[in-house]
Design a protein around this ligand. Structure first.
Ligand code: ADP
Length: 639
């Protein structure tokens, strides 16, 4: 199209020039013809020249068209040129506009695409979040549903073990109880794992004592797992501060996991927890924990995979020991949440050592220990064949300012019984190779009475000896020995002997003496759970009334001044939360608000919070254990 335009403009220019020339040449001729009487129409160039030069004005007039023609030709040419340029420009502008428009369209569709993707992403995110929420909700509901019957299985079988059974029946019941506990462990693990995976796990920051934490860990594992021939020990380094700030529950969970594993995979020897610490910048503390066992160990090539989810060293492990292979994966994630690392050192047939560190905040608070003032300066001897145990016991006694002499073999003691009179007290380990603690005590008792030389028996729960045998001792302690516990109990022995402290050990578990009978209301809808809980209370020398739902519970509280309400969370008609709120509201009518303790299978932290927010005083997780019930009653009602 553009070349056709150009051709046309070229033609125009040529024709302008031609017109100019034609008029320029033709006009003088025509003018001359008019001038010399148009006779005969004959004309020669000469005559034209003559006529034109005869009068200069003529010449000017006659040649003017020629010049005008030429000028117009020139103007025409210029115009053509400008037109040509203009058209070029127009073309360029059109092309550019064209291109811009196309680009615009592209951009528009791209923006639209992006918007669509963005929307899809938001939707996907919402869906995923809803999915995660649903998953956690599902797990929490499911775990609740499973825990409730498990509560009955564990509680009832636990009670059954203490009734009269033959050996075989005892075994059966024990297996039921153990399996229940195992199942509970697995459910807890899965629930935890899901929580960590969905990012729902918030870390708490509380001030806690490292020593108490370790002691709690040992309490938790020793109650169920100390029926093995292994020593369960711990050692906290001197420089570890008394208190630090961090998520004690999670630290405890990691340790319980590691210690349980250590016990599980160790047939004989010892399991030891070591704690060390390092000061860091800004008053922070790095805590280092090690859980070391003398168990079967882990092959090198398997060590790397240990911390992955659902990984066990070999399939036969699952068959033999149970477990889900989630424990260490959970530990690793928890440690990482606390800015730490976990690793393993292990040699097959020798043992394993799991080490982790974590960051905690410092605290200047000191252990307000019941100052073991009655121990200072006293002499004690300790007989134990286990080096580590001896070392730890010695350190614990020295911490209380005692003078310590250690013996490693019963014969050393038996050969010099007379010399023992220089001691104020002695600790004898029960389990030793040639003579046990009871036998050594028998020999000592021939020379010294309980008042003259108090003796403490140290044993594992399964190794307690008979009631008759224990009579030789002023006190018996089960391992693992906890420092505060040891100090407190040694003091009590001196108290008994010397009348310093209030006398008699009445804290014997399963025989709780609160000095008074409590008025207790049990609000629980499930008949089996009602039975489990009331049986437990019976064990603790207490009895209870029962309400089947929240409404009943509130009504009964109006009638009777209860000291304690054990409140199930989920009940028909009115749940525990509602009932608690109600009781708080009508507090004035009641005269006094009973202590309300939630009993629930919902183990989530939020549930706990909900209970406390509603006005409950404490929280007992289901399945409720006798020890836990004992602890709670002691906490709220002792003195
Ligand atoms: P599980 O719940 O199955 O015990 P863990 O993640 O806690 O899962 O442990 C995974 C595997 O690691 C165990 O099955 C066992 O094979 C191995 N393991 C863990 N701790 C020890 C240990 N102290 N000694 C030997 N093997 C261990």
């Amino acid at each position: 199209m553009s070349s056709a335009k150009e051709e046309k403009s070229f033609q125009n220019t040529t024709s302008y020039t031609l017109y100019g020339l034609t008029f320029g040449l033709a006009f003088p001729v025509i003018a001359t013809l008019f001038d010399i009487n148009i006779q005969g129409l004959s004309l020669s160039l000469d005559s034209v020249v003559i006529v034109q030069s005869g009068n200069p004005l003529h010449w000017i007039i006659d040649t003017a068209p020629f010049f005008l023609g030429s000028l117009s030709a020139l103007a025409g040419y210029r115009k053509d040129q400008t037109d040509h340029l203009n058209r070029g420009l127009e073309r360029m502008v059109a092309e550019r506009t064209d291109r811009l428009e196309k680009k615009n369209e592209l951009l528009k569709s791209e923006i639209e695409n992006r918007k669509k993707t963005e929307k899809a992403l938001v939707e996907a995110k919402e869906q995923a979040e809803a999915g995660a929420r649903a998953k956690t909700q599902f797990l929490s509901t499911m775990s609740h549903e499973i825990r409730t019957p498990l509560n009955a299985v564990i509680g009832m079988s636990g009670l059954l073990t203490d009734t009269e059974l033959n050996n075989e029946q005892h075994d059966f019941v024990n297996t039921i109880n153990k399996s229940g506990e195992n199942l509970l462990g697995i459910i807890n693990n899965i629930l935890d794992y899901a929580k960590i995976e969905s990012g729902k796990l918030d870390l708490e920051e509380v001030e806690f004592s490292v020593a108490f934490l370790i002691e709690d860990v040992l309490d938790l594992v020793s109650a169920t797992e100390a029926d093995k021939n292994i020593e369960l020990l711990y050692r906290i380094d001197e420089n570890v501060p008394d208190y630090v700030k961090g998520d004690s529950t999670r630290v405890q969970q990691i340790l319980v996991n590691l210690v349980r594993n250590a016990i599980k995979f160790t047939e004989e020897g010892e399991v030891v927890i070591f704690v060390q610490s390092k000061k860091m910048e800004g008053g922070n503390i790095e805590l280092m924990f090690e859980v070391k066992d003398t168990g079967i160990g882990i092959p090198k090539e398997k060590q790397k995979k240990l911390f992955q989810s659902f990984s066990q060293v070999d399939a036969s492990t699952t068959r033999k020991f149970g477990g889900t292979g989630l424990g260490l994966a959970i530990c690793k994630r928890l440690v990482e949440l606390m800015n730490g690392e976990i690793s393993v050192k292990s040699e097959e047939g020798v043992g394993s050592s799991f080490i982790f560190n974590l960051k905690a905040k410092g605290s200047t608070r000191k252990l307000g220990l019941r100052n073991p003032e009655h121990l200072k300066g006293r002499s004690i001897f300790i007989l134990d064949d286990n080096d580590t145990n001896l070392f730890i016991l010695k350190a614990q006694c020295e911490k209380a300012g005692m003078n310590v002499k250690t013996y490693q073999s019963p014969m050393e003691v038996l050969n010099s019984v007379e010399e023992l009179k220089k001691f104020d007290i002695g600790i004898l380990d029960m389990h030793m190779p040639d003579r046990n603690g009871v036998q050594v005590a028998e020999a000592i008792r021939e020379k010294f009475s309980k008042m003259e030389l108090p003796l403490v028996l140290l044993s594992s729960i399964m190794d307690l000896g008979s009631v008759e045998e224990r009579k030789k001792f002023n006190l018996y302690l089960t391992k693992p020995i906890k420092q505060t516990h040891l100090h407190h109990n040694l003091e009590r022995v001196f108290g008994d002997v010397e009348g310093i402290l209030r006398s008699r050990d009445k804290e014997d578990l399963k025989k709780l003496d609160l000095g008074k009978k409590l008025k207790i209301l049990l609000a629980e809808d499930n008949a089996i759970n009602q039975k489990v809980a009331s049986k437990m209370l019976e064990r603790l020398d207490q009895s209870c009334d029962v309400a089947g739902n929240g409404i009943e519970a509130v009504q009964m509280c109006r009638l009777i001044n209860y000291d304690l309400v054990l409140m199930d969370m989920e009940m028909p008609e009115m749940d525990g939360i509602e009932a608690t709120k109600m009781l708080n509201k009508i507090q004035d009518d009641l005269g006094k608000l009973p202590v309300i303790i939630a009993m629930t299978a919902n183990a989530m932290e939020e549930d706990k919070k909900k209970c406390l927010e509603a006005g409950m005083h404490d929280f007992l997780p289901k399945p409720v254990k006798l020890e836990a019930m004992h602890e709670v009653l002691k906490k709220w009602f002792k003195e």
